[in-house]
Design a protein around this ligand. Structure first.
Ligand code: FEO
Ligand code: CA
Ligand code: CA
Ligand code: CA
Length: 661
């Protein structure tokens, strides 16, 4: 899609596409048409950008940084060089493309849950040739993404697995759909298909237990629950009841049906699940109604209506002409209490509205909750929320509405290694009536535009932003941005045509995440270190050990970083996506090792550990992406001619017990 149009997402589609292609393109498309060359950009860096980032000096500087474990750009390293040895100990898997998945020697990777598996008592068995919305509403949804493990009775062997179902691939779900362009698919997709898709979105709660046969779902558990694009939810926080949240379904603007495109997320310290809504623009219909629409500027900034799905053909609320405010009710972080299967999920509007990737939390040194969040689109921003109230670690009931009040801030990275957090507060700076903000609700509904006005730093697609509870560091995973030009280089986004992404480490002073600024540095720039693409992995990294496109991550109980990727392929990197470990301290800082390889076409999502680090759960999303139901590139995980490839959750354990890695 062209970036020359005011809104690239509304440009006509020219090529065959699956919805995963649509998502990738959307994230790649620029919705942010501000020119936030920040104040920091003007400051002279210690090396000129070209010296550092281009040509042989660039490569040697990067290699030098990695080799010394320090950073020549910022001679006062964030992490002291005091960890002499490797903190990971496993034999790497080979980086390549295979139909099956593989984990490091000595470990088991067992399928726990597949698309279509029964979740709710009475769910019918999966039959891909006779699927219905009613069946799907009781079965495990499609494209498992975020995973959270919430122990029951403090056990590491029994708990609730919460799962986001991000989106659906009609060409892999439905027989005979084929891989065609969107207009052709619009003609083929019936209301029946759409209703199945809506039930395959949302999330799942299942009770799981580690017994004699390893991890298994507890059938018919009272906790087992499906949340879909139709589940009733409450709108909570500053936007509840606002005029721009009112629709014919909710004339007082306090209720909404469903959540969708839930990508990553988080688990709060009190055991609730945060499901982040990402590319919600793609579900809305009627491009002809955009010009002159009362929310035109807001819709444009979100890239809406994307019209990737046919939902708006059959359900009026997804047509922006028929229900002009419906999209304002999506793009939030949803809080769900998995321990109460009758609880109503709440959209926490204080956390802002944008294409939320994740929502990872940490209790600050002063007891307040901090939530770190990325807005996953080219040239969009990194955010954090600091609650007003402190977390009650004894009584979870006292945290019920903690996420409704606090301060949302957006990041401005400067070239000297400082990140400033700029509060998005109505009445402060440019966030006033002069710029059409009449209340905090307006600021939150149009978080992106408010952040534009504050001069936030446009990043290379911020995905997970993950605090490390052991060290206080925060990792910002930036997937890629091939549209960044030489003129747009910035120390925090240091490569033009950034195909392989990078990871930034933020270190707040004294572990205080509420401070208005912190130090940052680039941990690693990704890609093949031998290919002269400016990759800066530690030279100890093997040919299997490097990766491109970091996306989600997990930090184990020992504070070690594990990376999950999205976008590696035979063509791009000669490998599938997977899990890599990453050293973050000492002379091995920046060394990664390949632990788990996805099956062909799959993206690795949701890595999460049990509290004792003996199990790593991972989600393989869209296996066989790029092919079709009728001719799949892999039939993982069943390898049965009668079954299509199925997105599935995998439990990884050590064969002789013990901690992972
Ligand atoms: Fe859903 Fe940003 O990946
Ligand atoms: Ca994460
Ligand atoms: Ca991604
Ligand atoms: Ca992802």
């Amino acid at each position: 899609m062209s970036d020359n149009t005011p809104n690239g997402n509304n440009a006509p589609s020219k090529h065959p596409l699956s919805n995963s292609v649509a998502f990738e393109e959307s994230e790649d498309t620029r919705c942010n048409n501000t020119n936030n060359r920040t104040i920091g950009d003007i400051i002279e860096s210690r090396f000129t950008r070209r010296q550092v980032l281009k040509g042989s000096l660039g490569v040697s500087v990067m290699a030098g940084m990695a080799a010394t474990g320090g950073n020549l750009l910022f001679p006062d390293p964030v992490i002291a060089d005091d960890t002499p040895d490797a903190t990971f100990n496993f034999k790497e898997v080979e980086a390549k493309v295979t139909a099956d998945h593989e984990v490091a020697e000595g470990y088991s990777a067992d399928i726990l849950l597949r698309w279509g598996d029964p979740v709710i008592a009475g769910a019918p068995p999966f039959d891909p040739t006779d699927q219905s919305a009613e069946a799907q509403a009781m079965q495990f949804g499609y494209n498992n993404d975020f995973l959270g493990f919430i122990p029951l009775n403090d056990s590491a062997e029994r708990g609730l697995l919460v799962v986001n179902h991000e989106y659906t691939n009609e060409e892999l779900m439905f027989p005979g759909m084929g891989r065609q362009d969107r207009d052709a698919n619009f003609a083929l997709i019936t209301k029946e298909h759409v209703d199945i898709e809506m039930m395959a979105h949302g999330g799942t709660v299942v009770e799981i237990e580690n017994g004699a046969n390893g991890w298994q779902v507890v059938p018919d558990s009272k906790y087992n629950r499906r949340i879909t694009a139709e589940t009733e939810m409450l709108i909570s926080g500053p936007c509840a009841g606002h005029d721009r949240m009112k629709t014919s379904y909710s004339t007082d603007g306090t209720k909404v049906r469903g959540m969708f495109n839930n990508c990553a997320g988080g688990v709060t310290p009190w055991g609730t699940w945060l499901a982040a809504e990402e590319n919600v623009n793609g579900y809305f219909w009627n491009k002809d109604a955009l010009a002159g629409h009362p929310e035109e500027r807001n819709l444009q900034r979100m890239g809406a209506p994307g019209q990737w799905y046919s939902w708006g053909k059959f359900h009026d609320r997804f047509d922006i002409a028929k229900e002009p405010n419906e999209l304002n009710r999506f793009g939030w972080v949803v809080e769900i209490d998995p321990k109460d299967p009758t609880s109503t999920p709440k959209k926490r509007t204080a956390l802002g509205r944008f294409k939320h990737e994740g929502a990872e939390t940490i209790i600050n040194t002063d007891g307040r909750l901090v939530v770190y969040m990325g807005d996953d689109q080219r040239f969009d921003y990194v955010y954090k929320f600091v609650s007003d109230a402190v977390v009650d670690t004894e009584n979870p009931d006292n945290n019920t509405d903690l996420l409704d009040s606090g301060v949302l801030s957006v990041a401005r990275f400067d070239e000297s290694g400082t990140v400033d957090w700029m509060p998005l507060v109505f009445g402060q700076g440019p966030l006033t009536e002069e710029n059409d903000f009449a209340s905090q609700a307006d600021v939150l509904i149009e978080t992106r535009r408010a952040a534009d006005l504050l001069g936030a730093t446009p990043m290379d697609r911020p995905e997970d932003v993950q605090p490390n509870k052991r060290t206080g560091a925060v990792y910002v995973l930036l997937t890629n941005n091939t549209k960044r030009t030489d003129e747009q280089l910035h120390a925090a986004n240091p490569r033009a045509e950034n195909k392989f992404g990078h990871i930034i480490e933020i270190q707040p002073a004294n572990g205080d995440h509420s401070l208005a600024s912190a130090r940052w540095e680039v941990l690693v720039t990704c890609g093949d270190p031998t290919a002269n693409v400016g990759a800066s992995f530690n030279p100890e990294t093997t040919e299997n050990g490097w990766f491109g496109m970091p996306d989600n991550c997990a930090i184990d109980a020992d504070g070690r970083l594990w990376i999950a990727t999205d976008g590696n392929s035979g063509k791009k990197t000669g490998r599938t996506d997977g899990v890599w470990s990453m050293e973050t301290a000492g002379k091995l800082r920046g060394t990664s090792r390949h632990f788990y390889r996805c099956p062909e076409g799959a993206e690795l999502c949701g890595p999460t550990f049990t509290p004792d680090d003996t199990t790593l759960f991972v989600a393989n999303q869209h296996p066989a992406d790029g092919s079709t139901f009728d001719e799949p590139s892999t039939r993982w995980p069943d390898f049965d001619d009668k079954l299509p490839p199925r997105p599935s959750v995998v439990a990884i354990t050590k064969k002789d017990g013990g901690k992972i890695g």
